[in-house]
Ligand binder design. Structure first.
Ligand code: GLY
Length: 430
């Protein structure tokens, strides 16, 4: 049973129960935290472990090997149980583990026998031998959907993560000096997040200088910054399991050339327009396509693309310069409960198939808005694309841009019934 102060958890489980009862029918649910994976060298070390977010959401804590169960035949207060492992002597001695609150895991056997002959659905870090059937897929869709609106407890952690992220970014102007390396910036930024109270980072920090700014998930390297380089920084602090995901792009030395200035201004405009469109009921893919149109309009004005912006987007020509989606849900994990609305099939259109979200926004959702414009050789030197989009780009303007990198700007936006709230607004856009 939950104690009365677990009011957020209680409301969360009530919402999930209402969403899952029609899907599960007679089946009981097990949501697995997962197990740390030992390093292959057969040492006593493991890869860093984080419990599956579905477990964290329903258990309210981390908990390696923990399992949350739900029996839809029981009333809400009785239906949920959290099984937790009993630490071994070795774990007590070497890791200082203690018994977590919950039902000891050995009692799961009697939970199963009480339900003999009935079906089970496994979510979270599912055992590999369990089949993925239609009920499992539907249960995951509906659990994700129930997780999407953030409650006040989650928003408190997200705001804390945003404050730690802002503290890290506030250090950047003094770090972005010619000669500093991508890696040295990563180290200082992450240290500052943690000095400000972060538990860690939300995902692998991205720092890309010069042409590396056009590698979407570049790992920071020993590459040194040169005056006039773009430097793209995509990093976020984590507090508990709640993360921010922020991107800013700077110019080393702070004096952009006219093209860099126009490019940054264009991405800023696209960002601002897209944030303003984050309203309840708006389809995310429409906001994405409007951003794509804004990007094409700006690149036409800058003399890089040519044609009517709406037609360019209709032909997916924007993907030459903006090859990713406009954003994803963020919060409990960097992608939180992104995905599609329950029952919605993947969009067959090539430019939309890879969007991380295909759903209407709703009050309480937190979503990244992250337009970017890049000059990526793999796209712009591809003969098939050059032929298909021969009339969409001033191709003679492209070669000098191939080492420029790119610009991405990213905010985390809380959808409300009124104006969208930018949780990361304290971080200057550059
Ligand atoms: N910002 C990193 C990611 O969304 O993957």
């Amino acid at each position: 049973m939950l104690s009365p102060d677990d009011s957020f958890l209680r409301a969360r489980r009530r919402r999930v129960a209402a969403a899952l009862r029609p899907v599960l029918g007679e089946a009981s649910l097990l949501v697995h935290a997962g197990t740390a994976v030992p390093l292959p060298e057969n040492t006593d070390q493991t890869y860093p472990f984080l419990s599956h977010t579905e477990y964290v959401y329903l258990a309210g804590t981390e908990g390696e090997r923990g399992i949350v169960t739900f029996d839809p035949r029981l009333a809400d207060d009785e239906a949920w149980e959290v099984f937790v492992p009993v630490p071994s002597e070795g774990e007590r001695i070497w890791e200082g583990r203690t018994q977590a609150p919950g039902t000891p895991l050995p009692r799961l056997a009697s939970w199963f026998s009480a339900r003999e002959g009935r079906p089970f659905v496994h979510l979270g870090s599912r055992p590999v031998e369990q089949p993925v059937d239609a009920t499992t897929l539907a249960a995951r869709e509906h659990l994700s959907h129930a997780r999407r609106p953030k409650d006040a407890g989650e928003l408190r952690l997200l705001r804390a993560a945003a404050a730690c992220t802002a503290a890290g970014y506030a250090r950047l102007p003094s770090l972005l000096q010619a000669g500093a390396t991508e890696r040295s910036i990563q180290i200082e930024l992450e240290a500052e997040f943690q000095r400000a109270g972060a538990t860690g980072t939300g995902y692998g920090t991205i720092v890309g200088a010069g042409s590396n700014a056009a590698i979407l998930h570049v790992s920071p390297s020993s590459r040194a910054l040169r005056p006039g380089d773009f430097v793209l920084v995509d990093a976020g602090a984590r507090v508990g399991r709640y993360v921010c995901d922020v991107t800013r792009t700077y110019v080393v030395g702070g004096r952009p050339d006219p093209f860099q200035r126009d490019l940054h201004a264009l991405v800023t405009t696209v960002l601002t327009n897209a944030v303003g469109r984050c309203r309840p009921g708006r389809e995310w893919k429409d906001i994405h396509l409007r951003a794509a149109e804004d990007i094409c309009a700006g690149l036409v004005t800058m003399g890089v693309m040519r044609g009517q912006p709406a037609e360019l987007v209709e032909r997916d020509a924007h993907t030459l310069f903006f090859p990713h989606g406009l954003g994803h849900l963020v919060g409990l994990g960097v992608r939180d409960a992104s995905g599609t609305l329950p029952g919605r099939a993947a969009n067959p259109r090539p430019a939309l198939r890879t969007l991380r979200c295909d759903l209407p926004l709703a009050d309480g959702y937190v979503i990244t808005v992250e337009p970017g414009i890049y000059f990526i050789r793999a796209l712009l030197e591809d003969p098939t694309r050059r032929e298909r989009y021969a009339d969409c780009v001033h191709w003679d303007r492209v070669p000098p841009l191939l080492d420029l990198g790119g610009v991405r700007l990213e905010e985390n936006v809380l959808v409300t019934p009124g104006e969208p709230e930018v949780l990361t607004a304290a971080i200057p856009l550059g």
